[in-house]
Design a binder for this molecule. Structure first.
Ligand code: F6P
Length: 360
């Protein structure tokens, strides 16, 4: 193994820099191998200044740093890339340019750090001959085949702190506080933060809710003399028989942008006679310094990805299983995305402790 590449794709997540740091250190110090960083996801292969040599000196001080020093792109799908050609916007397939870029740079492996979208692209590029190794990341924790992705723990801490802060003001003003959290198709952030912060209602994509049930829970609390309630809602939550709420539609390049369910639920509660305020936590969940757990997991993933590259374990992904870092086929990770088990102990624990999912 003489030279490897590393890139970060999709939405950022706290811990990306810790993966880069661990991968560079392991590659250079253990295998005497060169590392190049590919900027802004796969785009770096087609940009003039898209490739950045990375030595140990370039990754100093990265552990507490949020974001990614390589940049990322969540519109960087090489199979559907928007470009300006002859003054017109066109969508073209540049996947062959990526594979040629890997060959031109003589990369023995390409470490792709991303969520399910980016990892799927990596898997498809492998079919064209790219020697890819996957590292799972996302604050949503929705990548299959692994118990946890780094970034989730940091997002969870921020979401829990937000619930704690809303609690004191909700109680003082006898109000309902709605907190809209990230979670496109998986409700892990809202579920875990809701349990950790003591929310009264948790709404997640996996459990469609009824508006009347949400209000019934708030009314029941008021009748017992508790005049405030806290709701933790995933942005991807939807009512029974209804649809997810988007603030912007998508196309073949742009993913539709979720957002707005918190305000819809908030308005319904207010119309039912309870004073309500809505907070959308948004990208605060993705920014800033990673927790110790995320740095620890990201570092283990980064080092393990390089070891896997040295063994020629292409088209595979590092993963956490039974608290051990292992590697699994990318196809297996992509086959079944991870979702909250609606009959699992986390949901049961929430119900046991009086939390409503708005479904009863
Ligand atoms: O996938 C992680 C995530 O945080 C989702 O929960 C959210 O819908 C999405 O990213 C938002 O991404 P962006 O605003 O960067 O397009």
């Amino acid at each position: 193994m003489k030279r490897i590449g590393i890139l970060t794709g999709g939405g950022d997540a706290p811990g990306l820099n810790a993966v880069i740091r661990a991968a560079v250190k392991t590659a250079v110090m253990v295998y005497g191998c060169e590392v190049v960083g590919v900027r802004n996801g796969f785009d770096g292969f087609i940009d003039e200044k898209g490739i950045l040599p990375l030595g140990v000196e370039n990754v100093r001080g990265l552990l507490p740093r949020g974001g990614t020093i390589l940049g990322t792109a969540n519109r960087g799908n090489p199979y559907a890339r928007k470009m300006i050609r002859d003054g017109k916007e066109v969508t073209i397939d540049i996947s062959d340019d990526i594979v040629n870029g890997i060959r031109r740079l003589e990369l023995d492996a390409l470490i792709v750090v991303g969520g399910d979208g980016t990892l799927r692209i990596a898997h498809e590029l492998f079919q064209k001959g790219a020697p890819v190794i996957g590292v799972p990341k996302t604050i949503d924790n929705d990548v299959g085949g692994t118990e946890i992705t780094f970034g989730f723990d940091t997002a969870l801490s921020i979401a829990t702190e937000a619930i704690d802060r809303l609690h004191t003001t909700a109680e003082s003003h006898h109000r309902v506080m709605v907190l809209e959290l990230m979670g496109r198709d998986a409700g892990f952030i809202a579920l875990h933060a809701g349990v950790a912060g003591g929310a009264d209602v948790i709404l997640i994509p996996e459990i469609p809710f009824k508006f009347e049930s949400v209000v019934a829970k708030i009314r029941q609390r008021a009748e017992r003399g508790t005049y405030f309630s806290i709701l933790a809602i995933s942005e991807g939550a939807k009512p029974v028989g209804g649809m997810q709420v988007f603030s912007r539609s998508g196309d073949e390049v742009y993913t539709p942008r979720l957002g707005g369910i918190g305000h819809i639920v908030g308005e319904y509660i207010e119309k039912s006679g309870f004073e309500t305020r809505v907070t959308v936590l948004g990208h605060l969940q993705r920014g800033g310094t990673p927790t110790a757990f995320d740095r620890w997991l990201a570092t283990r993933y980064g080092a393990a990805a390089v070891r896997l590259a040295a063994q020629g374990g292409f088209d595979r992904m590092v993963a956490l299983r039974d608290a051990k870092v292992v590697d699994i086929p990318l196809a297996e990770a992509l086959a079944i995305p991870k979702r909250v088990n609606v009959n699992g102990d986390a949901v049961l624990t929430a119900r046991n402790t009086g939390i409503s999912f708005g479904d009863e």
